[in-house]
Design a protein around this ligand. Structure first.
Ligand code: COA
Length: 278
């Protein structure tokens, strides 16, 4: 579907683009001809990320914490002065597993600041810069499969991501009329060093986690990258206010009889059900 230059006329900011899925997406955009801007808190990490790009000359770096509204504004203004951005991927996030009764107010605030306020900060500046210049653009927010259901042990993230989802649908309508599309991706489990360190403590836990996915495996980064490239590209110009889930079906685990798939091997199951026929 993609040609090598599918994103040639695009310039996209990926927040938290120095590692993990943010870096994979940024690399994917560059591979399709885009210019990218990556930002993160750690300059060394950003500089180290450069070697992973097909063409590092098409990448610019900013040390910037998305929680800092002013700093985010300065970064975006500098980039727009050089050449306007066409896209923003709000990827920077924070998360950890914690029993809610053990959370401190600052623990809760920290995640909400990064995820919800960080997304607002970048989105607000980006939108204002586009609107003041009469330019079109595209915003992609990274939410999660527990945005709607909520999830135990990740309450700050669940609350913040639900807010980001509300921002996605609200702005898709408000700014859609001005030519700015706002969409989201809800990834299921994609193993990255940062996420696994914080969310998957042991191999046993990982095995149980994997079994929740009907396809029997975790996501591969390139699968997420393909989706992000599509949504940011001119192939998706009528997609607005949509949240695309990419989780191998994991979110459907709540179906009442879904647990049966894990009880015994398929031939035995078939035998069992055959014996139940009247
Ligand atoms: N369980 C409970 N509370 C935790 C915690 C954990 N695992 N990790 C951090 N916190 C609390 C801290 O105790 C602190 O609260 P306190 O001041 O009341 O003690 C608060 O969160 C802030 O922690 P701090 O380490 O000072 O924040 P930070 O801004 O340096 O780091 C984090 C932010 C905590 C999100 C850190 O994990 C991070 O930098 N993550 C970025 C990458 C990431 O999380 N990616 C998500 C992958 S899914």
């Amino acid at each position: 579907m993609f040609k090598e230059d599918s994103l040639r006329d695009h310039k996209i900011l990926v927040t938290g683009g120095g590692s993990g899925l943010g870096l994979y997406m940024a690399r994917g955009f560059v591979a399709l001809g885009a210019r990218v801007v990556i930002c993160g808190r750690d300059r060394e990490k950003l500089e180290g990320a450069l070697e992973h790009f097909a063409d590092p000359t098409r990448v610019s770096l900013h040390q910037c914490d998305v929680r800092d509204y002013e700093a985010v504004g300065q970064m975006l203004e500098r980039e727009f002065d050089e050449a306007p951005l066409t896209g923003l991927v709000n990827n920077a996030a924070g998360n950890f597993l914690a029993p809610t009764e053990d959370l401190t107010p600052n623990g809760f605030k920290t995640i909400v600041d990064i995820v919800l306020h960080g997304t607002f900060n970048a989105t607000h500046h980006f939108g204002k810069l586009l609107l003041s210049r009469g330019l079109k653009g595209s915003i992609l927010n990274i939410v999660t499969t527990y945005t709607e259901t909520g999830s135990s042990f990740v309450i700050p993230s669940a609350c913040a991501k639900a807010g980001v989802y509300a921002m996605t649908t609200s702005l898709a309508y408000e700014w859609g009329s001005q030519g700015i599309r706002v969409n989201a991706i809800a990834p299921g489990p994609f193993p990255t060093e940062g996420a696994w360190k914080r969310l998957v403590p042991t191999p046993e836990y990982e095995e149980v986690f994997k079994k929740r996915v009907p396809m029997g495996r975790f996501g591969r980064p390139e699968e997420l990258v393909n989706l992000a490239c599509f949504l940011m590209s001119d192939l998706a110009t009528f997609i607005n206010g949509e949240c695309v889930t990419i989780d191998g079906g994991e979110r459907l685990g709540g179906g009442q009889f879904n647990f049966v798939t894990q009880l015994m091997p398929r031939p035995k199951l078939k035998e069992l059900m055959k014996g139940m026929k009247g």
